[in-house]
Design a protein around this ligand. Structure first.
Ligand code: DC
Length: 194
């Protein structure tokens, strides 16, 4: 049985960095599920049709990392039919041997509720906004407002909202350097793997 690591958390919490590092460390596959929603939003037109026809080439668009693509993704991600269209792909990805790391908003709660390890990665709003501002070369105050709007929408939606699974381990990266956060995540996985 493949070993599944589910990582959820709000925007710019550090979950993507931790997910990539865990996958590299353990030799697992990694899926940034946010990219599926970003690519769906970026296709334009009817979001349900866009999600149903998503293919690998859509995931390589150069503009997917922008703040605008993040907002568009958050909006279409509230549509239940869009989410439903993306479930099979995520399930198939998670079934790969020897294991997979998936990061997003609903991995531990909806997509992989039986994951061997679940992490919920957070950080203060200010720290997350500063990180994203540096990454995108944007204004920190504007980033703060955008992140808070996106988190609110992602948390308040009826379909698979952002929230920790009851059995998720919380990892607050506000005061952690990246290597420290990664080391804690690796230790958590090793505790389960034995
Ligand atoms: O992780 P990200 O910032 O790339 O995600 C972009 C948006 O996609 C996020 O604001 C909400 C949505 N999303 C989601 O609803 N469920 C996921 N598993 C991943 C992302």
């Amino acid at each position: 049985m493949p070993f599944i690591i589910a990582i959820d958390g709000p925007a710019a919490s550090g979950k993507g960095t931790i997910a990539r590092a865990l996958a590299a460390h353990f030799g697992f596959h990694h899926l940034d599920t946010g990219l599926l929603y970003r690519a769906t939003g970026a296709k334009g037109g009817d979001p349900v049709a866009a999600a149903r026809s998503l293919d690998a080439s859509d995931l390589t668009r150069p503009d997917l990392r922008s703040a605008e693509a993040g907002q568009a993704a958050s909006r279409i991600a509230a549509i239940p039919e869009v989410r439903a269209a993306l479930v099979d792909f995520q399930h198939r990805f998670a079934e790969q041997e020897p294991g997979a790391v998936l990061d997003g908003r609903d991995i531990g709660t909806v997509i992989c509720p039986d994951a061997a390890v679940k992490l919920y990665v957070t950080a203060s709003d200010q720290v997350r906004a500063r990180r994203r501002a540096i990454e995108l070369g944007a204004d920190p105050d504007e980033m703060l407002a955008q992140l808070q709007e996106r988190d609110r929408r992602d948390s308040d939606r009826a379909s698979a909202p952002l929230k920790p699974a009851p059995d998720a381990v919380l990892l607050d990266t506000t005061h952690l350097a990246i290597p420290e956060a990664i080391a804690l995540a690796i230790a958590q996985v090793n505790m389960v793997r034995g």
